[in-house]
Ligand binder design. Structure first.
Ligand code: IFM
Length: 444
């Protein structure tokens, strides 16, 4: 550190993350099967602008020029996800060679530019055919996931540096099976719990399979949120603690301690939910967290108790706090707390920030608010690096504006905006990120 500038370690990796359904398009091309998102977007009222990912950013056809953009930015690590139903159109069974070939071309292009690939096996687009057979709540789910994982490992593991089983298991289980915002759009706590149990056990089994195949660098990504109580009152405090339990500890505890948080299990039981799927998992399987962990961090939630609200709580907005257009509070200090929280549990575990970004919706290319958001969070990363936290890299969300799930194309997190003809147009943040990567430093 000199003159208020922090120089990052030489091997610290700068990157961006994307996901298949949000950018690829080509939803029914070259043998791809349907996914739960292809179905979900058809339900009226689910997507605020009634759009879908059928074309999205057309990355399937433009991957070469997109990778060229990554190269121009100086990106060193790129996280993308594989669309399960492109590889196995029916979820299991006969692989689709054209799908496999697409990801080979993608990987070859990344490697040509020395960009390290981080492959996410699952970023929310379950094959519809598997959903029809019970999806995440089926007793067969673990076998399906292992078959898919095995296909990916056989095809790609020589070309990828890092493999992630799941992106944001909380969003998959609770977003999909409880709050109805995300595909498949179900509201049933028992099913959400079953889905969660299957996510954790299939992750554990996949890590074990990796080890048996003598492969390294498999991990999982958690989305951790800073949760705080709106006041010092006991009911607010307890509601906030429960939220932290359901959003954060319910995945942290099993992965690091081999058990589930007691307060959350008691709460589920009080709601007459069946917690036996969680208790049935072997603690040793739960603790197979892998070789590294990714953490997605966006915001803080301040919680007030209200008896008539779900989970007996509501989020309150503070007068002096700053919020992005998407409604999330800009709260970099929370990133510090959440990374320290994980690092204290296992200081040697390599950590990546695998997503961090802000949804600013105006169409300006002069996106100074987005830059300020990233700067404030990267300063926190600098502080963590100085404190010798084992942070390996920062992958910004995201390369380009894309299909932002229930927010359709209204949500905008990209360094590039997408013109009507689908051209990529650099925002100011793209130039700023390029400079930061080149200098590998930040003004404090
Ligand atoms: O776009 C999503 C991403 O798919 C998962 N994490 C949060 C992002 C922004 O909402």
């Amino acid at each position: 550190m000199t003159n208020g500038t922090y120089q990052f370690p030489k091997d610290f990796l700068w990157g961006v993350s994307t996901s298949a359904y949000q950018i690829e398009g080509a939803y029914n091309e070259d043998g791809k099967g349907a996914s739960i998102w292809d179905q979900f977007v058809k339900i009226p009222g689910k997507i605020i602008d009634s759009t879908n990912g059928n074309i999205a950013c057309d990355h399937y056809h433009r991957y070469e020029s997109d990778i060229e953009l990554l190269h121009q930015l100086g990106i060193q690590i790129y996280r993308f996800s594989v669309a399960w139903s492109r590889i196995l159109p029916a979820g299991i069974g006969k692989p689709n060679q054209k799908g496999i070939d697409f990801y080979h071309r993608l990987l070859d292009n990344l490697l040509r530019y020395n960009i390290q690939p981080m492959l996410t096996m699952y970023h929310w687009d379950l094959p519809e055919a598997l959903f029809q057979k019970g999806g995440f709540t089926s007793p067969e789910y673990n076998d399906w996931f292992l078959e898919y994982a095995n296909t990916l490992i056989t095809a790609f593991s020589d070309k990828v540096n890092y493999i992630v089983t799941y992106n944001q298991p909380f969003s998959i289980a609770f977003g999909g099976y409880y709050n109805q915002k995300r595909a498949p759009g179900i509201c049933d706590l028992d099913l959400a719990i079953k889905a969660m149990a299957n996510l954790l056990s299939s992750h554990g089994k996949c890590v074990k399979m990796f080890k048996e195949l003598s492969r390294k660098n498999i991990g999982i990504i958690l989305n951790l949120m800073q949760i705080e109580s709106a006041s010092t009152s006991q009911p607010d405090y307890e509601s906030a603690r429960l939220q932290d339990g359901i959003i954060n500890r319910i995945f942290i505890d099993p992965l690091f301690k081999g058990s589930f948080p007691g307060d959350v299990l008691r709460y589920f039981t009080k709601q007459n939910a069946d917690i036996t799927p969680l208790l049935a998992i072997d603690p040793k399987e739960l603790m197979q967290k892998g070789d590294f962990m990714g953490i997605n961090y966006y915001t803080r939630r301040v919680i007030q108790n209200t008896a008539d609200q779900d989970w007996a709580a509501k989020e309150v907005h503070l007068e002096n706090a700053v919020y992005s257009d998407g409604g999330r509070e800009v709260y970099p200090e929370g990133l510090y707390n959440q990374i320290q929280r994980i690092s204290r549990l296992e200081p040697k575990l390599p950590l990546f920030i695998t997503e961090n970004g802000a949804d600013y919706r105006d169409d300006t290319l002069e996106d100074y608010q987005r830059i300020a958001y990233h700067q404030s969070h990267i300063k926190i990363i600098a502080r963590l690096c100085r404190e010798n936290v084992n942070l390996k890299g920062y992958l910004l969300w995201t390369l380009m504006d894309n299909f932002e799930w229930e927010n359709g194309y209204c949500g905008k997190y990209g360094l590039f905006s997408i013109a009507k003809n689908l051209d990529r147009v650099a925002k100011h943040s793209a130039k700023w990120y390029k400079k930061l990567i080149r200098e590998n430093s930040i003004e404090l």
